[in-house]
Design a binder for this molecule. Structure first.
Ligand code: C5P
Length: 228
């Protein structure tokens, strides 16, 4: 599995996003398009970024009944992105439907428990009484059994996911910071070299690159530390 750094392009508009990506002359970074950008600009932003030669992770975290998911994934498959995702909490039936709708050529990733959901919220709000780590591993196993390729997980969970689901099951880890950076709103963070050590397959990096004084240098540093 190819290790790579994915830049989270959390911008509100096409103009800002393309202005940012135009700074990259030597590189064609793998780009994550999230809900904010997709809902404001629609499929045209995906087509535009693809036309420029970037790989795309379309991070829309689908979660609905299997029939709706199957049909929505079939529509998304026409955008020819490289990676999409859905919530493992939608059940195995939903994840299988996602795979059927999407086909096999796009990487399909599950979101287990969001990193914003802690043990207390999961127990009290969702009424799931188990240990959070156990739930994450159970959802990862469900994702694998449903034909998905991997999971988004916190850097602290990546190693365990590989132990439970095998080394070819992809782990994508956000929450990456350089040693000297502020954590922002991320609670459990790791440096790119630490993420490499624990065996993450892809790291998703937003603000440490997008808000860096020199985003190209920050991206190159991430690649050097993570890929080597
Ligand atoms: O700016 P920062 O590096 O914190 O951005 C991380 C990106 O990863 C954001 O786009 C965020 O939505 C995403 N993400 C996350 N935690 C998850 C799943 C996705 O931070 N569990």
């Amino acid at each position: 599995m190819g290790k790579d750094v994915i830049i989270a392009c959390d911008f509100a508009s096409k103009e800002e996003t393309l202005k940012f990506l135009s700074k990259f002359k030597k590189h064609k970074p793998f780009v994550k398009i999230g809900m904010e950008l997709f809902y404001s600009e629609g499929p045209s932003i995906v087509k535009e970024i693809k036309k420029r030669g970037h790989k795309i992770f379309l991070d829309l975290k689908l979660h609905d009944i299997p029939n709706t998911i199957r049909k929505s994934m079939a529509v998304l498959s026409k955008l020819n992105v490289d990676m999409v995702n859905c919530h493992a909490g939608g059940t195995k039936a939903m994840m299988k439907a996602a795979r059927e709708g999407l086909g096999n050529k796009t990487i399909l990733i599950a979101v287990t428990q969001l990193t914003s959901t802690d043990q207390n919220a999961m127990n009290k709000d969702l009424l799931i009484k188990e240990d959070l780590n156990k739930v994450v591993m159970h959802y990862a196993k469900n994702a694998k059994a449903s034909g998905l390729d991997g999971v988004v997980c916190s850097p602290l969970e990546a190693k365990k996911v590989h132990q439970v689901c095998g080394k070819n099951f992809i782990t994508i880890t956000p929450g990456v910071r350089f040693k000297e950076n502020a954590k922002g709103d991320q609670k459990r963070v790791m440096t790119p070299s630490e993420a490499k050590k624990i065996g993450s397959d892809y790291i998703v990096v937003g603000r440490p690159i997008t808000e860096a004084p020199n985003p190209i240098k920050a991206y190159e540093r991430c690649c050097k530390e993570f890929i080597g």
